[in-house]
Design a protein around this ligand. Sequence first.
Ligand code: MOS
Length: 707
Amino acid sequence: MTTTLERPRGANIGRAVDRVDGPLKVTGAAQYAADAPVRQPLYAVLVQSTISRGRLRSIDERDARAVDGVVEVLTHRNAPRLKETGFNLRIPTLFPEPGLQPLQADEVHYWGQHVAAVVAASLEAAQRGAARLHIVYDEQGADVVLDARTRTHAEPVDSFFGSPLGSERGDVDAVLAAKPPLVDATYTTPDETHHAMEPSATVASWSGNALTVYDSTQWAKGLQSTLAHFFELDPADVHVISPFIGGGFGQKAWVWPHIVIAAMAAKAVGKSVKLVVDRSQFFTSNGYRAQTEQRVRLAAAADGTLTALVHDVLTKTGRVGEWQESAGAETGMMYAVPNLRVTHHAVKLDIATPTAMRAPGKTPGSFAIESALDELAHELRLDPLALRVRNHAAVDPTNGLPFSSKHLLECYRVGAERFGWDRRSGTPRSLRDGRELVGYGMAGACFPQNAGSAEVRARVEAGGRVAIECSMHDLGTGMYTIVAQVAADTLGIPLERVTVRLGDSTFPRASVTGGSMSTATIMPPLVDACEQLVRAAGGDLAAAAPGLEAIGSARNTGDDETHSFYCFGAQFCEVHYDEDLARVRVTRFTGVYDCGRILNPRTARSQMIGSVVMGLGMALMEETPRDPRSGAIAGNNFADYRVPVNADIPPLDVVFLDHPDLVFSPLGVRGAGEVGITGVAAAVANALFNASGRRVRDLPILAERLL
Ligand code: MOS
């Protein structure tokens, strides 16, 4: 049925409500996947390949099986058979490695591929068994790094997930033939690993032909249908439970092989099996952000008006998956440059499959573009902020469509004011604090907005409570809380009388919780369900009998034929630089974001703080190096893979403009998950240049690169 989707009125929407699931989290009562209430599960430990290409010649299991407590050793020889997937799988799934069925064949496609799982009565016994598995490989030559040789195998990539990657308008060649570009620079970003606080984990149990899986997933329904496919089950017989997730960042949107292996192991041993991906195994088990090399050329008039922009992206991907790091996909929309060309190339290597990591594509892409603009501003002796204002795109330059709601100029203005941008000197090395150099840098931020589809159930329960159910997830973002807020206001009852249940495949369907889409996806059907329930109760929920329920299925109203949908932002950074130690410290950060209407400023602010912290990690610390010969991940631990800690993070000043985007969605909401990381690394590099006169084009900005 249709609904009016009247704007709900009430005291909760827009208020900084504490997380409704906060008490469960701080008391430890929130059950994450590895906390599944399953009695005496067996433990599975993964064994990963130590070569990058070849075959398993032999696996000697005797020592492993001799370990007290070991129950089973699962390899390609004895693992349950899976139904073929192939690259043209038509089920709704995010299976990231269609070219590799887990534990089905003796081929090794990358270092760190799961080649066995040891199942035991205790975690320790399983670990001991895994260490005693003797594997002999027939190793073949492998290409594992982007270098002068493999670069020659780069192939053009025109589209990804149905969206074009390359783009062209005007005539860049004519502009560049007339006059060389003012900026011609190459920027590089390394492999980065997500490292959600909660490791990926699965607890699988079979009962006859029914499979129950507790899993840390961003998409219960996608995992349900994928497991049903692999094991040839009725999807209704696959129950996925995932009420709490300790961070996903894109990695947990996908059905990674270890999830399937946990289900295979449980099937093989006839008992529940718990499998937690070890931190050291994370680097090849759940995807990662793939390295990029991006050449940017900019031509401009003396006043800073861009006349040409060329963005050539080179990245890498694995052979058994399909992921592309789409670093140029959004380049064409941010600035009003008449002549533009974006190209993408990728080299296929014998490496694990990369995947979506917070603002995929846009995060490395914005490092290159926003750094290049800073270089252009310096070249032309212009203020970097004024340069961006001069090239502001009033309409989407890629298609001429109006933006549904764009307040980027206000982001610049408010940010500059709060940050004190007018105190910046355009001359590098002109500001000092004691023996340290001080610099200011800024960058623009943006991220596209889409919505998926979902249904929501609202049901009257005992005690005058109303339950809201949807299979969508709360990744730690605050989804439980904003759903409760909007439900309470729409139903006209206090927040305390709303129970929100999420992350269970038996609840109404929802598309993946990712892509900054979830708020816009869930709100229309939520309001729809609540309005229907109020009507069904004759306008008086207090008198309604328990069991009365309604399913909402209204969809987001944004029409991409008539408008372009984006979140925007402006990032401002101050660094202190100690030249003697080559030490860069970020000392202040201001981010101003245009993300539509903010349902809860507290949870939204946390999203932005997390995004900025992740961006600071990208700028200064994070990198996943690989041994160029073996393909082994070097430093696959938290000592070598450094992420920011509290001591690395300055006070973060995060502001939302809070302008409802009623063209995009009936409640005026957009998504806040990803825009906040875009531009952060460039703002740091730009601030470092302003401080020191050193331009760093290769991330992360490590001391050894500055000395
Ligand atoms: Mo995200 S990288 O779409 O969870």
